[in-house]
Design a protein around this ligand. Structure first.
Ligand code: AHR
Length: 531
């Protein structure tokens, strides 16, 4: 390709001043192209505080799949990559900064073929097993001790998904005893022999996974019966009550929620929901590319993301019939984008790049969870490193943070804060004959009285000027952070890791009692409003 003199200079300058240049390009693209889509009005009901946003809504999922566990997290103690007891330090530091509240492991479909005894004891004596769900051979170097070490190092609660498909109630009981008993039993002593004296705190046990598919191709009533049997044998060994999460529905499979809630509600503390966003909705290898897409697939991806609200609302309504006091949580245990595999990469590894579109998808989903805090007590993005909508990508000793990572980082202020209802009136985002709500929002108040309002502009081309009215609160100092990119598919690469990253947001100011915002196109914004 022949470059003009200007392009050559610009390329050289970009290489030298990568972050600065990316920010400049975003600014120029935004300022030049962004017509206003019309004005919006958002009312924040600080006078109607709701329940606290459960921190676990910002949870993650790590399965033995592709390069997630091996490479992405585990490199082994002898690796030249700096590590803590085998876990790579760069990833550890990035996860600590994110305040990961809960981590689900070891699957997914893989959980139904995982036998915990394979992953304890001296590593050089552990069996090597074919990973029949996702390919390759698992060395079992990363087992229970390594996972619990990771969870403790990053300060996350452990969510252990047990094996129903090829396991038994006995195997489940023994694993729970091994991990959580402080007694003088043979299993507790085996844990001690393997290097862990005190029992671990395990917060959640997931029973089953996708029972209509890889979990056993069952019918809903059949699973409900089998679930009760497993749930009965989850024994408590400590004061920290182990919460049982029943494998539940995916997207609109409402019959699964009905079957489980009508027969088994008193045997569970939570029910899981899975929902993935595919640009085309087609599960064959025509899901759509992670990086090569036009506005048609930008639009369809966001339209499908918004369906999450419908699923959460309808499953919650079914749960309300059997659990009107809302004691049982709805855990969105797998969510995120799922694209066609990257050309040239291992096709079974589910590795995909992550762009500004993924940041917008994350912002919309997290806003939905924040608005349903009465029922949604956990959500786990799929998945943490190198798989699907990952927050971190690694290549050898290099690591990059994706746009989705930055959204989780910006949104972490919502963890544990009091949810506040928002009423959004915004211009629609139209494409062709169809349109979507143009702005997604959620709000919370932290224990110092600071309001955080997260805003997403779904329109990739037009800015939205908006007025934020606060009812029951007043605005003192206002500030914010913005995440956007020069194009819909702007991304971070190993060569240019900071192309998409949060920047201070200049488009916010106070105006009388209100806050006035100029929301850039294709952007996620977090506002901080001090009292
Ligand atoms: O996240 C990848 C897979 O998606 C999980 O193993 C399974 O539960 C779901 O179908």
């Amino acid at each position: 390709m022949k470059l003009s003199g200007f392009s050559r200079q610009r390329t050289a300058l970009c290489a030298a001043l990568q972050g600065l240049c990316a920010a400049l390009l975003v600014f120029i693209a935004t300022a030049a192209s962004a017509q206003s889509a019309g004005t919006a009005h958002i009312l924040v009901r600080a006078d109607q505080p709701q329940a606290k946003i459960h921190p676990h809504v910002y949870g993650h999922f790590a399965e033995h799949l592709g390069r997630l566990i091996y490479d992405g997290i585990w490199v082994g103690e002898d690796s030249p990559i700096p590590n803590t007891r085998g876990i790579r330090n760069d990833v550890l530091e990035a996860l600590k900064a994110l305040k990961v509240p809960v981590l689900r492991w070891p699957g997914g479909c893989f959980a139904d073929e995982y036998h915990w005894r394979d992953g304890i004891g001296p590593r050089d004596q552990r069996p090597r097993r074919v990973n029949s769900s996702w390919g390759g051979v698992d060395t079992n170097a990363f087992g229970t001790h390594e996972f619990m070490d990771l969870a403790e190092l990053i300060g996350a609660d452990a969510y252990i998904n047990i094996n129903v498909g090829t396991g038994s109630t006995q195997e489940m009981m023994e694993w729970i005893e091994y991990m959580t008993s402080d007694s003088d039993s043979t299993l507790a002593n085996l844990r001690r022999e393997n290097g862990r004296d005190k029992p671990w705190k395990v917060a959640y046990v997931g029973i089953g996974n996708e029972m209509w598919g890889c979990g056993g191709n069952m019918a809903p009533e059949q699973w409900a019966g089998e679930y009760r049997k497993f749930a009965t044998f989850v024994k408590q060994h400590s004061d920290t009550k182990l919460q049982r999460i029943a494998a539940g529905p995916t997207d609109s499979r409402y019959d699964w929620t009905e079957a489980l809630m009508s027969s088994s509600a008193k045997h569970m503390e939570a029910l899981s929901l899975h929902y993935y966003t595919l640009p085309t909705g087609d599960w064959t290898n025509k899901k759509g590319s992670a990086t090569q897409f036009g506005e048609d697939q930008w639009f369809s991806t966001l339209a499908r993301t918004l369906e999450m609200e419908e699923y959460v609302r309808t499953h919650s309504a079914i749960m309300d019939k059997y659990d009107p006091e809302k004691k049982i949580g709805l855990m969105v245990a797998e969510w995120g984008t799922w694209y066609d595999p990257e050309p040239g990469k291992d096709q079974g590894a589910l590795y995909q790049q992550n762009t500004v579109r993924d940041a917008v998808v994350a912002g919309i989903n997290l806003n939905i969870f924040n608005r349903h805090t009465d029922r949604v007590r956990m959500a786990n993005i799929a998945q943490m490193v190198n798989v699907l909508q990952a927050v971190i990508l690694t290549e050898g000793d290099k690591m990059i943070l994706t746009p989705t990572y930055h959204v989780f980082d910006m949104y972490k202020v919502h963890q544990g804060a009091t949810a506040l209802p928002v009423e959004v009136q915004a211009p629609e985002y139209s494409f062709g004959e169809s349109s979507l709500p143009g702005v997604s929002a959620s709000a919370s108040r932290d224990d110092k009285g600071v309001l955080h309002v997260s805003l997403v502009n779904l329109d990739p081309n037009r800015r939205v000027p908006l007025t934020l009215e606060l009812r029951g609160a007043s605005a003192g100092r206002v500030s914010g952070e913005v995440l956007t990119g020069a194009t819909m598919n702007a991304m971070n690469t190993f060569e240019r890791p900071d192309t998409v990253r949060p920047a201070p947001f200049k488009g916010v100011r106070r105006s009388g009692k209100d806050v006035v915002v100029d929301l850039p196109p294709r952007a996620v914004v977090m506002l901080r409003i001090e009292p």
